[in-house]
Design a protein around this ligand. Structure first.
Ligand code: NAG
Ligand code: NAG
Length: 290
């Protein structure tokens, strides 16, 4: 492994004792979205009598809240997760969420047959507010695909979601009170809460953590070729640019994984070298070549 590191130092990832891996010297920030507070819900319906929901709250990519399904309580995951809301206001929100989760399950079970939802199925909801316009969002997915969303004052089916989504929207659009409650929660309560969270979470949101990088052998090198995986892990924020270099030249045709979360609220990514980058004639006797 050490030999490998020495061989390819300067190409991708030097050892962990080097301050800034060369491959990361040119990491740049992607265009940043306005910061959002979002509540995520995943509800699984196994049959007409069994359902399970999970809920969580997120400030940007930091999880700030969980939902304890058994107790029906909000879990505050950060010291600043209360924002600037009073205990009473948070208790009211908790009661509202208890009613909501209970009611959601019952309503979906009751209407599943009518709208031809086929068991088992899963519904995901992402709802919240952003600092800048468009301020509020509420998106619903059915079986992992966009299904419908709240657009201004009306529920709209997602493109391609079909007649079923149209029918559900038609039904939802009849309930004006429900829309008003949502608009008040997302349009008034949520931005106030978001502002409080942003103050409390500012230092965590602004932190910068440098990654570690290391190499391993790739999954299936072709005979005579050495495929290497560059791992880059432990960075924050999420935006990162990793590339394989040969000298000053970026290598094209390499394969990059998605940026994925670590458990400690940092991110990691892997990046495969180009299969033609390393041939074993140049590195005889290397373990990756035998
Ligand atoms: C419903 O699904 C649950 C969870 O998979 C299962 O334990 C239960 O036996 C099912 N009930 C019926 C009536 O099919
Ligand atoms: C919390 O902070 C926001 C933004 O500074 C403010 O609008 C709001 O009134 C504060 N208090 C409460 C209880 O929301």
């Amino acid at each position: 492994m050490l030999l490998l590191l020495l061989l390819f130092e300067g190409l991708c990832c030097p050892g962990e004792n080097t301050a800034v891996p060369q491959a990361l010297q040119s990491y740049r920030l992607a265009a940043e979205e306005p910061l959002a507070f979002r509540m995520l819900q995943t509800s699984s319906f196994a049959n007409h009598s069994w359902a399970h929901s999970e809920g969580s709250g997120w400030l940007g990519d930091l999880q700030t809240h969980g939902w304890d399904t058994a107790l029906g309580t909000i879990r505050y995951l950060k010291p600043w997760s209360h924002g600037n809301f009073s205990q009473q206001e948070l208790k009211n929100l908790q009661s509202l969420l208890q009613l909501y989760f209970h009611g959601f399950t019952r309503v979906v079970q009751a209407y599943a047959g009518h709208f031809q939802f086929e068991y088992p199925f899963e519904i995901q909801i992402s709802a919240g507010c952003r600092m800048n316009a468009p301020q509020i969002f509420l998106n619903v997915a059915y079986q992992g695909l966009d299904f419908l969303s709240l657009q201004g004052i009306s529920w709209e089916p997602s493109p391609g979601a079909g007649i079923r989504a149209q029918n559900v929207c038609k039904e939802l659009n009849r309930y004006l009170d429900f829309k008003e409650i949502l608009q008040s929660l997302l349009g008034h309560t949520c931005p106030r809460f978001l502002a409080g969270l942003m103050e409390g979470g500012e230092s965590e949101l602004k932190r910068k953590v440098k990654p570690e990088a290391w190499l391993s052998r790739g999954p299936s090198a072709r005979p005579g070729r050495l495929l290497l995986v560059c791992h880059v892990s432990g960075f924050y924020p999420k935006s990162v640019w990793v590339m394989w270099m040969r000298g000053e030249q970026e290598q094209r045709g390499t394969q990059r994984g998605d940026v994925l979360p670590n458990a400690d609220e940092t991110w990691w990514i892997f990046h495969l070298s180009h299969p033609d980058l390393f041939d074993c004639d140049s590195y005889p006797g290397h373990t990756g070549c035998t």
